[in-house]
Design a binder for this molecule. Structure first.
Ligand code: ATP
Ligand code: MG
Length: 245
């Protein structure tokens, strides 16, 4: 990121109409009020390794996930982004989620070409429902106390954050980065209860892609080329996922 870019913004700040160099189209979707000229957390000199944590169901992983992770990695100078496919996601108990091994393998395939991206089994190997606080606790234990963790989440998930388990502990374990997502308005009022110094909103290039739509397209026989990495198109066909023949 260039020094002239406004950088990621702490939550709860006001718009700066003078900002330059970034698309503004997603601002309407994300809601006015999240973009401001302010201290760019990502430009603070790095003293220890920084590890991004991208949790998701990844059923399937798509380019929206990959672009969000890549963009946050650039803003925050992350050394690595660990993609962590969920075990049995508690928020999605209303629908059938594909077997964890398929979601894990698709995540490995999609992240393999980026030297900074890795995939972890910690959530799928832990019995029971996945809670983000457990993911962060386990990663903290695995990686030790001398790294900074950055939990990356989309605007839709951010809105539910207050309902997550052990939210106070979560914010002690990681810095949270909320990414804009087309069609999702970030409700600043919901974020005021969260610790402002531990949450940053980042505008990422808008990709209106969701796993739900990818699954529906496969089921309807419509193409998902270029919505997901090529290897994922092939994997879905090979494993007959989402009703593909
Ligand atoms: P589903 O439609 O099944 O809920 P999804 O596309 O929302 O799938 P998830 O695995 O639920 O994908 O998302 C993992 C994380 O990635 C969440 O924090 C989500 O908000 C974020 N995310 C997903 N798609 C995008 C996107 N297009 N742009 C920005 N963030 C995204
Ligand atoms: Mg989702």
């Amino acid at each position: 990121m260039t020094e002239s870019s406004p950088g990621p913004q702490p939550a709860g700040t006001v718009p700066d109409p003078s900002r330059q160099g970034q698309p503004t189209s997603t601002l309407t979707d994300a809601g006015a009020g999240i973009v401001a000229a302010a201290t760019a957390h990502g430009l603070v000199p790095k003293t220890r390794p920084r590890i991004g944590v991208m949790g998701g169901t990844f059923d399937p992983i798509h380019h929206g996930h990959l672009v969000a992770a890549s963009e946050v990695a650039a803003w925050f100078d992350l050394d690595e982004v660990v993609f962590v496919p969920t075990g049995q996601p508690w928020q999605k108990s209303d629908r059938e989620v594909s077997p964890a091994e398929h979601r894990y393998l698709m995540t490995v395939i999609a992240t393999a070409s980026n030297p900074r991206f890795t995939t972890s089994r910690i959530d799928i190997d832990r019995p029971g429902p996945t809670y983000t606080v457990d993911t962060l606790r386990d990663l903290r234990t695995q990686r030790g106390p001398d790294v900074d963790l950055y939990f990356i989440t989309g605007a839709d998930a951010l809105d539910q954050i207050l309902s997550w388990h052990d939210v106070d502990e979560m914010f002690t374990l990681a810095h949270f980065v909320g990414c804009t997502r087309p069609g999702v308005k970030i409700e600043l009022a919901h974020l005021t209860e969260l610790p402002g110094d531990r949450l940053t909103i980042v505008e990422v290039p808008a990709l209106a892609i969701s796993s739900t739509e990818c699954r529906a397209r496969v089921a309807d026989g419509d193409p998902i080329w270029y919505l997901v990495p090529d290897g994922i198109v092939q994997y879905i066909q090979k494993a007959h996922l989402y009703g593909s023949p």
